[in-house]
Design a protein around this ligand. Structure first.
Ligand SMILES: Cc1cc2nc3c(=O)[nH]c(=O)nc-3n(C[C@H](O)[C@H](O)[C@H](O)COP(=O)(O)O)c2cc1C
Length: 166
């Protein structure tokens, strides 16, 4: 069976997800990437995974830095998701253009203001899978806040309670 990748995307688009920003420190600058191919893997030890396209700049950064943050977006942070989903831009105007502000964790990883949750990750293994790599990381710390999530469903952003009749 030869299946069109677009059909695969259409099918997987039915699997509603949250939206995250993967953050990496690059010599004091914040690099971010919007990602929804994120999943919990193990409780003992605490592991999560993120799948990153070989073509994404973040791919090289995760290999090089081996430490990153996963910031789970709130429903008010759609502009931040859109900002970090655009390729080949520098991220110097993230605050002016998308309202993204960051603090640093004790390890120096950028942590996004206003995100619903933050997970501090240390890379454990990286497994190539087709045109993506599955990065599996140990979770060293978390921060959890109140609020509702930004969702991604059938290729569109949603909020809990939206009813567009799809
Ligand atoms: C909602 C959403 C989810 C995304 N999830 C992923 C993902 O899980 N993995 C990935 O490699 N790219 C994902 N992308 C695409 C990247 O955000 C996009 O290619 C980005 O420009 C890569 O940035 P970089 O080259 O600076 O790393 C997603 C985009 C959107 C809008």
């Amino acid at each position: 069976m030869s299946l069109d990748p677009l059909e695969f995307r259409r099918a997987m688009g039915c699997f509603a997800t949250g939206v995250t920003i993967i953050t990496v420190d690059l010599e004091g600058e914040v690099h971010g990437m919007t990602a929804n191919a994120v999943a919990s893997v193990s409780l003992d030890p605490l592991l999560l995974l993120v799948c990153v396209d070989h073509a994404a700049r973040t791919h090289a950064h995760l290999h090089a830095k081996k430490r990153f943050g996963v910031n789970i977006l709130s429903e008010r942070q759609r502009p931040i998701s859109e900002y970090y989903a655009k390729p080949a831009r520098t991220h110097g105007r993230a605050e002016q253009e998308a309202g993204a502000r960051f603090d640093r964790t004790a390890q120096g990883t950028p942590i996004l203001h206003g995100a619903l949750a933050y997970l501090e990750c240390r890379l454990q293994t990286a497994e190539d899978a087709g045109d993506h790599t599955i990065f599996i990381a140990e979770v060293e710390d978390v921060v959890v806040r109140q609020g509702d999530p930004l969702l991604f469903f059938r290729g569109n952003y949603r909020k809990i309670g939206d009813n567009t009749g799809d």
